[in-house]
Design a protein around this ligand. Structure first.
Ligand SMILES: [Zn+2]
Length: 388
């Protein structure tokens, strides 16, 4: 019998439902998968046999019986393959190798890049990818792919259209990586959107239905999850809230606008404030703040306030249940937390503060690398699940 498109789709959906139940609730029996998903037992049994053959699921010794024979329990095989996640920053990048559950096996943090010129950056990324692949544990599917979070606007084909902090326009990053690693799954997304996924899957996000992730580092990017899904916008460019105007007649920004949020609430504000003093970077200003240097304390306090102003605008717009602040500025949480929270409380509509939580990321600047890796895992699991 010829399998029709509809049958193939139904099978793909069912397999995905069964695999997700096993991922989330393992160890789990076939009968429990059936009762949890509403799929009938024969269907589950067939799907599980295929997943066992594909080595995406493992069977372990008998579990508790609810009367009768003890069932064999199923586990998601997180070691079926490994993936690389990369956060491309300004002047450096971080790469991890993790298993299919997001467990980090290897990490190369803050690898310096000598020049922002795209060919040079791509060469550096490829060197590190090659090194991580060669060190990956052996696995049925090997290293399945490479996910990259880039600091700029990325279209759905993985082209970096505009990354003002890197000075990039129209860099076909996904294609360049695919050409160097044929057969690998490659994803390229905006770093803050990847960060939102990272927090949602592995961090403070805890599968919140409505969350906004604020990536505050060299600039500011935002990733928004609405109704349990990453919001991309009509053409995939959503998330540039770092360039919302916060001072109508403010300073000029590299994006062409003036008074952008990130000028006042990211590392850019430190560079600006540091013009007449001895600190110019986040590390230096934190050292000065440790010594209670008044200018440093004042600058960090102001950054906290400005972060709060922007976050209040975002909360009033999206009514999220959770706002997560991530990336480098979380290192300065001890100085920026209070002014930030106070400003949000003062400036956000009362109704929108109901049930609202604001967290600093607990992933220690790994939100983006983990989210980028997860985007590859999602594609891999989706791809392998179809076997008609
Ligand atoms: Zn701007």
């Amino acid at each position: 019998m010829k399998v029709t498109g509809d049958q193939a789709l139904v099978k793909k959906i069912n397999t995905s439902i069964a695999l997700e139940a096993i991922q989330l609730h393992a160890p789990i029996s076939r009968a429990q998968v059936a009762s949890m998903t509403g799929l009938n037992k024969a269907t589950v049994s067939n799907l599980v046999n295929e997943l066992l053959e594909q080595q995406l699921v493992l069977e372990i010794g008998p579990g508790q019986s609810s009367g009768g024979r003890k069932p064999l329990m199923l586990l998601f095989n997180r070691h079926a393959g490994y993936t690389i996640g990369i956060e491309l920053g300004i002047g450096s990048f971080t790469a991890i190798l993790c298993d299919l559950s997001g467990q980090i096996v290897l990490e190369e943090a803050n690898i310096p890049i000598r020049s922002n010129e795209s060919e040079h950056v791509i060469d550096s990324l490829c060197d590190t990818i090659t090194a991580l692949r060669s060190q990956a544990p052996s696995a049925p599917y090997g290293t399945i792919g490479i996910g990259i979070g880039a600091p700029g606007m990325v279209d759905e084909e993985g082209n970096v259209l505009f990354a003002p902090n890197l000075g990039w326009r129209n860099v076909a990053l996904k294609r360049a990586i695919e050409e160097r690693f044929p057969g690998a799954i490659v994803t390229v997304d905006n770093e803050a959107r990847a960060g939102a996924i990272g927090e949602w899957e592995y961090g403070a996000g805890e599968k919140a239905q409505h969350l906004v992730y604020i990536s505050a580092g060299a600039g500011i990017g935002t990733g928004t999850i609405i109704g349990g899904e990453l919001f991309k916008g009509a053409y995939g460019y959503s998330g540039e809230m770092g360039h919302m105007t916060i001072e109508a007649n403010g300073r000029k920004c590299s994006c062409g606008n003036r008074g952008c949020w990130e000028l006042y609430a990211s590392e850019k504000a430190i560079a600006e404030a540091g013009k007449n003093v001895s600190y110019h970077s986040l590390e230096e200003i934190m050292q000065a703040a440790e010594q209670d240097e008044p200018n440093a304390l004042h600058t960090l306090h102001q950054i906290g306030e400005y972060l709060g102003v922007g976050i209040a605008n975002i909360i009033n717009t999206f009514n999220p249940e959770l706002v997560i602040i991530g990336n480098k500025l979380t290192q300065a949480e001890r100085w920026i937390r209070k002014p930030l929270l106070r400003t949000v409380q003062q400036r956000t509509l009362q109704s929108h503060q109901h049930g609202l939580q604001i967290h600093f990321s607990s992933l220690q600047q790994r939100s983006t690398v983990l989210g980028a890796a997860n985007q590859v895992i999602q594609l891999f699991v989706g791809r392998t699940k179809v076997s008609v």
